[in-house]
Design a protein around this ligand. Structure first.
Ligand SMILES: [Zn+2]
Length: 160
C-alpha cells in the first residue's frame, strides 16, 4: 500500500489558501476546500479560480475536495456557478474528488470529470466508516474504469 500525506486547506476571500508554506513543503496531496467561504457565490467562483491557478507547478497533487459543499448552497442559481467552477478546475488540471460522505459532486456533474482526473474519497472520520465505504469505492472505481475503457474502445474505432 502506498500512503501519501495530504492536507485540506480552505479558500479565503482573495482566493489564497489557509495553509502555511511549511505544511505545503511536507505534503504530497493538497485538498482545496470551499466549505467555510465567507463571501457570496460569485466571489466564491472567482476565489476558486484564483486558488485553482496556484501551485500549478508544485510537487504535490491538487484536489478540489467535496466539490460544491458550499457553492451548491446558493439555490436556485448555483448549478451554473458550479459548472463554471468545474470548468476552471479541469482547465487548471486539478483532480476532482467524488466524495462519498456528501455525495458530491451531484450525479449529473460526475460525467464531466475525465477518469484521469477523478479521485474517489470517503472523507471517513473513523475506521468503521472506512470499512463501510470501502465497498462502495471499489464498485465506483470499476464503474469509472469501465467508462474509460469504453471511451478508449470508441476512440480506437473512430481512429480507424
Ligand atoms: Zn472539508
Amino acid at each position: 500500500m502506498n500512503i501519501l500525506v495530504g492536507a485540506e486547506a480552505k479558500i479565503l476571500l482573495d482566493g489564497s489558501l489557509d495553509i502555511s508554506e511549511a505544511i505545503l513543503s511536507d505534503i504530497q496531496v493538497l485538498g482545496i476546500a470551499e466549505h467555510s467561504f465567507q463571501g457570496d457565490v460569485s466571489m466564491l467562483v472567482h476565489a476558486l479560480g484564483r486558488a485553482f491557478e496556484s501551485y500549478r507547478s508544485a510537487e504535490f497533487a491538487r484536489v478540489w475536495v467535496h466539490p460544491g459543499l458550499r457553492l451548491l448552497q446558493w439555490q436556485p442559481m448555483s448549478p451554473q456557478f458550479f459548472q463554471e467552477a468545474m470548468r476552471l478546475a479541469l482547465e487548471h488540471e486539478l483532480y476532482v474528488e467524488i466524495n462519498l460522505r456528501y455525495n458530491l459532486p451531484p450525479e449529473p456533474f460526475i460525467s464531466f470529470i475525465p477518469s484521469s482526473k477523478a479521485v474517489v474519497g470517503v472523507d471517513a472520520h473513523s475506521v468503521d466508516e472506512v470499512k463501510r465505504l470501502g465497498e462502495i469505492i471499489l464498485d465506483l472505481e470499476s464503474t469509472i474504469a469501465d467508462r474509460s475503457s469504453t471511451r478508449a474502445k470508441r476512440g480506437d474505432y473512430e481512429a480507424r
